[in-house]
Every structure is written in C-alpha cells, then in structure tokens.
Write a protein that binds this ligand. Structure first.
Ligand code: SF4
Ligand code: SF4
Length: 368
C-alpha cells in the first residue's frame, strides 16, 4: 500500500524532515569515480543523471540527461561499514602510578543516522548481519547501538548492473521489508511507502499527493523490467551439499591460478563479518588500545592457529570463502550468505565471477 506521491522538487523536504528529527542524512554521492555513501544535506548533492556500467573487474560512471537521482546500481560501499566499522577500538588499558593495570571499554559516540537510497539486496544483507551481531549468544554492543539509531530510506531498484543477480537469491529488486520508507522513482517524483511507525510519523512532514493508478503501474512495471534484465544467476539457493561433495573439484585449482588473494571480494561483500583483533601499545608502556578490524578468509593470518596456517594457499582460501558463503551459512543462519549484489564480481581486480565459479563447481548437480 503506497502512502503517497512526492513530487521531485519536494525531495529536499524529506531531507529537511529527517535532519529536523535529529538525523544526519547519509546518501549516495559521486566521489572518486564511484557512488558511495556520504553526508547528504541538499538534494542537489545526489548523483542526478549518473548511471553505472559494471562488468567483471570493471565499474564506470557516465553522465546522462536523465533527471533521476537513483538510476544506477550499488557502488562498492554497502551498509556494512556504517554498522560494523572497518577499524575500531574495543577497550583500552592503562598502567596506574601504583603499577596496577586498569581496563576500560571504549564505547564510541552514537549518532542518529538516516541512510537514503538503500537497495533491497543491502536490506537483506543487513538482516543477515543483524543475525550475526545481535542474535547470537553475545550481542555486539557497538553494532546494536548504531542499528537502534538508524532510519532507512530504501529505493526500489530499476537499473540493475550486469553483475547483479538478486532475483536469483530472492533478495530484490523490490524492497519488501526492513525499511522505514521505500521510494519508487519516476521521472517527476517518488511513490513513498512507509514500512514502520517511524516512517509513517515522518510522512506527516511531507506534502504527499494521492498515488494515481497510472503512476503505481508505471513504478511496478519498471521494477518488473529490472528483474527481467538480470542475466546472472546462481545454480541454486542452497548449494551446501553440492559444494561439500566437490571439495576436490579441479575448478578450485583453476580459480586459484587467477585469484590474487587480495580480499577485495570480502571487503565489498555486504554480509562478510570476519574480523581480527590486535593491540596498539604506547611506546612508554603506559597504555594500550585493543582494536578490531575487518579481516578476510584470503589473508594468511586469518587461518593461523597455534603455529600453523591452516589454509596456506589460494585454492583453499577461495574454497573456504565459497563453501562458507554458499554452503555452511545455511547451517549457521538458515540461508546462503549471498544476496546477489554482484559487488564481488565488479570489484575483483581479475574479474572472478561467483556465479560462474559456483556453476562450474556445482551447477549440474544443484537443485533448488
Ligand atoms: S558474495 Fe558477492 S554477490 Fe554475494 S552478497 Fe557478497 S559481494 Fe554480493
Ligand atoms: S576472488 Fe578476486 S577479489 Fe577475491 S581475493 Fe581473489 S582476486 Fe581478490
């Protein structure tokens, strides 16, 4: 059920209402040749008319005359760094004058954040990160605090990249849950749908017109067309058994000859959550900070246990990534860890394509 139609010129009212409600707005901005999230105070800062070209190992932006703000598919940055910081201190220790060492947690300041332009695949990834960081035996307090203070404005996707395959994973292109507001963009404005009490409360500050059947049908048609344009797919939504039955498949060696073990795929992946911890000690020994930073199953240190690196070569590291992402995630979280965003394909420097590798290893035997 749509709440109303917001004419394009009224978009600033949405940003103003969020800012007056105490949120810092973060939204898509064009920076360094890519669309990334950054502070967004004015609607003129949105990437109007920009569109992306993506392919394995390739991402380019080009300007068009299109009046729309959201006619592009996701860039490299997901929601992940907004909730699970790439590097952050967890606690500090300090040596007191009497020689005793005292420890104290470091809780970062939490701000109210409104994220504009979130796509369906990233909402699905956020649900998975919630399961990992909030619903296990030990909830992560930093993630929880950020998550509790966010307002999400989704945008239904009408311009999937050639690397997208969210239809195949069941996660897009329409945002169906997990948002406060969802927008469908048309040439003259936006259909605005509220998905939470906070979203409904915010629409009170907007001058919304009734949604006509013509506009509703036009928006629906664009989303359906976007779904039909996707050509990539995974062979199955559950590849657990087929991947574990093929641990000695020759394709693991083949992909290892191309893979650089750089970890780009895990850095851009919106669901990857692995991290490592280290200590940063002051030279005088007076204090130290304990840090958490993103790690990757492609680093040698990630599988270092008691003097042995368990996965010493690229073959076993790539196999770990794929069998975890598409296989053992089902045991941990009841679904695959892939939401079909395609980032690992576009941002892999040598253009390794997860759909191609999964099909080569388990395509023939996989069943939905
Ligand atoms: S594995 Fe690749 S396509 Fe799937 S969610 Fe991660 S980055 Fe996106
Ligand atoms: S698959 Fe690509 S992005 Fe991932 S580690 Fe290998 S070379 Fe890097």
């Amino acid at each position: 059920m749509e709440t109303g139609f917001l004419p394009r010129a009224g978009f600033q009212a949405l940003l103003d209402a969020l800012q007056q409600s105490g949120y810092r707005c973060v939204g898509p901005r064009s920076r360094d040749g890519a669309i990334v999230y950054d502070t967004l105070a004015r609607m003129e800062e949105l990437p109007r008319g920009l569109r992306d070209r993506q392919a394995p190992g390739a991402y380019r932006l080009e300007h068009t005359d299109n009046p729309r703000f959201f006619s592009w598919a996701n860039g490299p940055q997901a929601l992940k760094p907004l909730f699970f910081a790439p590097v952050e201190p967890l606690w500090r220790s300090e040596r007191a004058a009497d020689g005793a060492i005292r420890f104290a947690a470091i809780e970062p300041p939490v701000e109210r954040l409104a994220v504009i332009g979130v796509r369906a695949c990233d909402l699905a990834a956020l649900r998975l990160q919630d399961r990992h960081f909030l619903e296990g035996r030990f909830a992560d307090s930093r993630y929880a605090a950020r998550r509790a203070n966010v307002f999400l404005v989704a945008v239904n996707c009408t311009h999937p990249a050639d690397t997208c395959f969210c239809v195949s994973t069941g996660d897009g292109p329409r945002a169906t849950e997990g948002f406060d507001l969802a927008l469908s963009e048309l040439d003259d404005g936006f259909l605005v749908q509220a998905g939470s009490d906070a979203g409904r409360a915010l629409t009170v500050h907007l001058t919304l017109l009734p949604v006509t059947a013509v506009r509703q049908q036009a928006a629906d048609r664009e989303i359906e067309a976007a779904a039909r344009r996707q050509t990539r797919r995974l062979p199955s939504r559950n590849m657990r058994d087929v991947l574990f039955a093929n641990l000695d498949h020759p394709r693991w060696e083949n992909v290892a000859e191309r893979c650089l073990s750089c970890g780009n795929c895990t850095a851009v992946c919106p669901t990857c959550f692995c991290h490592s911890e280290s200590d940063e000690a002051a030279l005088d020994g007076g204090h130290s900070r304990h840090l958490r930073q993103w790690d990757s199953c492609f680093t040698p240190g990630h599988s270092y246990i008691h003097g042995i690196t368990i996965r010493a070569d690229t073959r076993t590291r790539y196999r770990q990534w794929l069998t975890h992402k598409l296989g053992s995630w089902h045991d941990q979280y009841g679904r695959s860890g892939c939401v079909g965003c395609g980032r690992c394909i576009s941002w892999c420097p040598v253009g390794i394509d997860i759909t191609e590798e999964a099909t080569a290893i388990g395509g023939e035997d996989a069943h939905d």
